[in-house]
Every structure is written in C-alpha cells, then in structure tokens.
Write a protein of this length. Structure first.
Length: 287
C-alpha cells in the first residue's frame, strides 16, 4: 500500500506540473490557433531566471517565482509583437518552422549566458520535509505542486468562462473580423492571452523543477511531451487538458515505478491508444 500511495502522489504531482506548463500551450493552440512549439522554451527561461535569483542573488523562493514569471513575460512581449503576430492565421507549417527556430535561439542564448549545466532551484524550509495526513505522509513540495495545479485550473476556467475578457477572447477566436468591428481590440486580446500562457509556462517551469529538471535542452526534451498532452486533452479545453495530464501522468509514473527499463514506452503507447479512439482529443472542439 505504501508503494501504491507513493505512485499516486507522484503521479498526481507530475500530472499537475504537466498541466500548469502545457495549459498555456493549449490556450495558444486551441483558442489562438497558433502551433507554438517554443512554449517549453519559456518554461526553460522561467526556470533559469528562478535559479539565478535564488542561487546567485540569494533571494527567497517566492521572489524567484515572481521574478521568473514577470521577466519571462517581459522577454516574451517583443517576441509576440515582432514574431508571433506575423504568423497568426498563417499555415501550420509556417508556425511550426518559426516556433522551432525560436526554440533553438532561446536554447543557444540561455546556454551562452547561464552555462550548459543543470540548474537547481532551492526550496524554502516550508516546502521541505513531509506533511502528516494521519494515515500517510506526503512530501510538502508535492502537495504544493498539486494545489498550484488546482488553483491554475480554477483561475483559468473562471477567466475564460465567466469574465468579459473570456467573452472577448472567444469572440476573437470565432470571428476576429466581426469582433474587431464590434470594438474588440483583438491584437491586445491576443497579446494578453499570449502573456498569460507564457507566464504559466514560467510558473510551471519553476514549481515543477523537482520533477522536470531545468537543464540545457529542456525546451527540446519536453517539447513533444507538452504537445502530446495538449493533443490528448483537446486543444483549448481546460478540463480536457487536466484529465489528459492526470491520466498520462499516472500511466507514465506507474510505468517508471514498476518497469523503469521501458522508459516512456507506456506514456506514448497510451497517447497512441487515446488518439486512435478520440482523434480530436478527450474534449476537443470541432474546427
């Protein structure tokens, strides 16, 4: 039972890390219709910034998280303005080539500036150790990651489904020309959505660094993982992304615990099986 509980906790935490990082990609792909393969690069930038703030500047974990989110968004603003804005509505191949190019540029710059070594983000005392649940103990950091994932899911659901910004975003997606004619500033809507997606990527890159280590080729190593999570969940669907992350996280973690020699075999086997049954993903929207 102890092994089962450990697998469950690690699977839930891993799934939530995938969700926090990949939900931004789900938003850009499903709502903004942009195949952003550079999404993992922004998570990598956030991790590098947090590591620098915590290690080299000696500031606290909370400061490192905030700095990672803010600085990553600041870095992303000109990229969105001068690069991404040119490919909104462009063919998917154009978007893929552009965003892969951005990924390699970010990797090259990050390794030149920060060095080609794995980066760690020291946890504060409050997130170390274990919490006693009465019948079992659970690592505090795992519990923190799970709560962060739930908070992000609720906040995004409320923003997209229950606020005027969400209405304007969905209107811009369905018919940008009509939304603009009605006074919606679609460029600002897309820019804010992109900033939110990038900020979530940076946040996930920091809080999930214990499970997805920040290393020189982070953006390439996890690019496919984030992409298939969105594909399985259904681009643009928050519940679909959450279910996909928890399901795939559970399968991957269980496989690594019980048969580590198979690596990610069971993860991708599950992806193939789900896509065969649900071609648009678990909660995909019709185009």
């Amino acid at each position: 039972m102890q092994t089962v509980f450990s697998i469950a906790v690690d699977a839930l935490a891993y799934g939530m890390v995938l969700f926090v990082i990949s939900i931004g990609l789900s938003v850009t792909m499903g709502l903004m219709r942009v195949v952003n393969l550079a999404h993992g690069a922004f998570a990598m930038i956030g991790g590098y910034i947090a590591s620098y703030v915590a290690h080299d500047l000696g500031l606290g974990y909370a400061t490192a998280v905030i700095a990672a989110i803010v600085i990553t968004i600041i870095v992303a603003i000109p990229i969105e303005r001068f690069l991404y804005r040119r490919i909104y509505g462009a063919p998917e191949l154009t978007q893929v080539l552009m965003t892969i190019g951005i990924t390699f540029c970010v990797i090259g710059i990050a390794n030149y500036v920060m060095g080609p070594t794995l980066k760690t983000i020291p946890l504060p005392a409050a997130l170390q150790g274990s919490a006693d649940l009465g019948f079992r103990t659970i690592p505090v950091h795992r519990l923190f990651v799970i709560l962060c994932g739930l908070a992000v899911a609720l906040a995004l659901w409320f923003t997209i489904d229950r606020t005027s910004f969400g209405v304007k975003l969905r209107a811009s997606v369905d018919d940008a020309a009509m939304a603009a004619a009605l006074g919606v500033r679609t460029e600002i809507i897309y820019a804010v959505s992109f900033a939110v997606a990038v900020g979530l990527a940076a946040f996930g890159g920091v809080v999930g660094a214990e499970l997805l280590p920040v290393e020189p080729y982070y953006a390439l190593r996890y690019m496919v993982t984030f992409l298939v999570v969105v594909s399985v969940g259904g681009a643009g669907s928050i519940p679909g992304a959450l279910i996909a992350c928890l399901l795939l996280g559970a399968i991957d973690t269980t496989g690594r615990y019980l048969m580590p020699e198979f690596g990610e075999f069971f993860f991708y086997l599950a992806v193939i099986a789900i896509i065969c049954v649900f071609p648009r993903g678990l909660a995909g929207r019709a185009k």
